[in-house]
Design a protein around this ligand. Sequence first.
Ligand SMILES: NC(=O)c1ccc[n+]([C@@H]2O[C@H](COP(=O)([O-])OP(=O)(O)OC[C@H]3O[C@@H](n4cnc5c(N)ncnc54)[C@H](OP(=O)(O)O)[C@@H]3O)[C@@H](O)[C@H]2O)c1
Length: 282
Amino acid sequence: MKKFGIIGPGAVGTAIAYALNQSGHNVALFGRSNSTVLFQEYNHSAQHEFTVHALQDAHEQVDILFIAVKTTQLDSIIPYLNNVIHSNSVIILTQNGYGQLQKINHPYKYHAVVYISGQKDKNSVTHFRDWTLKLPINNNTLNLQAVTQDSLLNIECLEDYPEHVWYKLIVNLGINTVTALTRQPAVVLKSNEVKTLCYNLLVEGKRVAEAENIHFDDDLEESIMKIYEGYPDDMGTSMYYDMMNARPLETQYIQGYIYNLSQKHQLSTPYIESTYAILSTF
Ligand SMILES: NC(=O)c1ccc[n+]([C@@H]2O[C@H](COP(=O)([O-])OP(=O)(O)OC[C@H]3O[C@@H](n4cnc5c(N)ncnc54)[C@H](OP(=O)(O)O)[C@@H]3O)[C@@H](O)[C@H]2O)c1
């Protein structure tokens, strides 16, 4: 039986622990210190308690490790990775943004495009919706899909993985940027000026993707704006909540990743450039 580990007992990490635990898998959850975390489904009263083991003191090696800390916290866990992996472990990085996988020195590492939505408040995690992790297709990810097929987790192994990476990057580029900068949740799109800014960010994001040989339908921007329009007015984004709680922002690997490629391809992306400049100051 495969042994699973998860570093980061937050919204995404605890949801993965719950999903695997529900179907009887052997799961260890690692955090900053020995503690517990409570998990519950949105609109359900049942709470599930998980034990969290201090990563620094851990010495059990897992076969499949999910890393579910924020991009801004990745550096702090890297020195302890060898506490919990062996030479053949498979590492799945479950973070927004892209480009941070190169920080991990291990042969079997894959960056998931994360569609698991939840929020952590103190030691309680509420899961809102979705259980999907999108991964590049290879023997290791297919094996992960096979061993988790009886669980709530939905592992997708995709030939067109780079398109999915870029789609999520562009979706995050628009709504995360405008909600974080204005310090307002999705209601901010009711302002025509902000809506236009958001649309222009999507146009530029698509231009950068095209320079990277990733091609989307002509109506990508319209279809993403339609998705945003379906968001409840009071819905925040991860970057909005980080901004409101004065936590470090994941700018470097979302807007920063796109901005750096725009520079590399010598594109003109003034909306990305100016909003990235401001976001980088937080
Ligand atoms: N939440 C969502 O709906 C969602 C959706 C899609 C993608 N994502 C992405 O998924 C990633 C994780 O987000 P999240 O919302 O799950 O974040 P989160 O709720 O803040 O969870 C991160 C967890 O990592 C822990 N941690 C931080 N530093 C650590 C360390 N040095 N050692 C051990 N544990 C440490 C944190 O502990 P403390 O609480 O003590 O800091 C926290 O429990 C982010 O890249 C995010 O953008 C999130």
